[in-house]
Design a protein around this ligand. Structure first.
Ligand code: CP
Length: 312
């Protein structure tokens, strides 16, 4: 594996989960692998967990992480081919990616979608430009259409917490005041499709994710029906994919409550808006896995970096 930009870069998820658990048990056992290597973390968007856990993962491997908020601190980057650069952008991705490749042995990039231009978002212009023009491996720290470090984390967390051979996992849409990306939902779907779980999606009409990603995963528009007998309830808001980037529904009837999920384990990638997406009683209960999920971000990132360091 040269780059890690999608859940489809995982060949055998069960093997990856086993390896991640071993890393979690002994996080410093490969701290020679990254000696004298630098991880560059480039953020076009905000982050708490990804920013800190990926740095922590690099440090556990003996790497030196360097971080840049590209949108705020770097020159405006041009991605268009053949553009006459007489506007706001001062540096082309061809130079930027080549230059950063001289300072870093691996480049990790976070770049969210516009949610206004579906074609541009689906082209993954920023992430794919780094893959094209960098001379070192590239890791997605969440792109327009996927968050594969989060999806891997979620798979590890479910594997750790299941008491059944084949648990029922429900991905349930929940309300939110802002238009949010599809990336976390997409990568969670792709991760669950690789696992031996009974997996269903629940979302209101008009909120189906990209059918090329959901494929034959059952989609319910009745949340109560979908949640029946769930062992894990993964909650996330996303804006409409069909009516691209639009918020069609904000009332709280899809909010996750203790009454709705009973004894099921609750999962969310964070950050989460309390009492909009999920009520306090769920987040504050012993059935909430959200803090453990955030902890597992380190080991998912460490596994990905380890594999790249070993293979390059
Ligand atoms: N879950 C997640 O990616 O969190 P951050 O946006 O804080 O990095």
């Amino acid at each position: 594996m040269k780059n890690y930009i999608s859940i489809s870069d995982i060949e055998h998820i069960d093997n990856w989960i086993l390896e991640a658990k071993e890393i979690k048990r002994k996080p410093l056992s490969n701290n020679h692998l990254g000696k004298n290597k630098t991880l560059g973390l480039l953020f076009f968007n905000s982050s708490l967990r990804t920013r800190l856990s990926t740095q922590k993962a690099a440090l556990n491997l003996g790497m030196d992480p360097i971080v840049m908020n590209v949108s705020g601190d770097a020159w405006g980057i041009e991605f268009g081919d053949g553009t006459v650069m007489n506007g706001n952008t001062a540096e082309h991705i061809k130079e930027a990616a080549a230059v950063v490749s001289q300072y870093c042995d691996i480049i990790a990039v976070r770049a969210f979608p516009t949610l206004t231009d579906k074609e541009l978002d689906e082209s993954e212009q920023i992430l794919n430009s780094f893959v094209q023009f960098a001379s070192v491996p590239v890791v997605s720290m969440e792109s327009a259409t996927g968050h594969p470090l989060q999806g891997l984390t979620d798979a590890i967390t479910i594997s750790e917490n299941t008491t059944k051979k084949k648990p029922k996992v429900v991905l349930s849409w929940a309300p939110h005041v802002k238009a949010l990306p599809h990336a976390v939902g997409n990568s969670f779907v792709q991760a669950m499709q690789k696992m031996d779980v009974e997996f269903v999606i629940a979302n209101p009409e008009g909120y189906n994710l990209n059918p090329e990603i959901t494929k034959d995963t059952p989609i319910y528009h009745n949340q109560e029906e979908a949640l029946k007998d769930a062992d894990f309830v993964y909650t996330k808001n996303w804006s409409s994919y069909e009516d691209y980037g639009k918020v069609l529904k904000t009332d709280l009837d899809w909010m996750i409550t203790k009454d709705k999920i009973g004894d099921a384990k609750f999962m969310h990638c964070l950050p989460v808006r309390r009492n909009v997406v999920v009520e306090d009683a769920v987040l504050d209960s012993d059935n909430s896995l959200v803090i453990e999920q955030a902890n597992n971000r380190t080991y998912a990132a460490q596994l990905v970096l380890k594999k790249i360091l070993e293979n390059n």
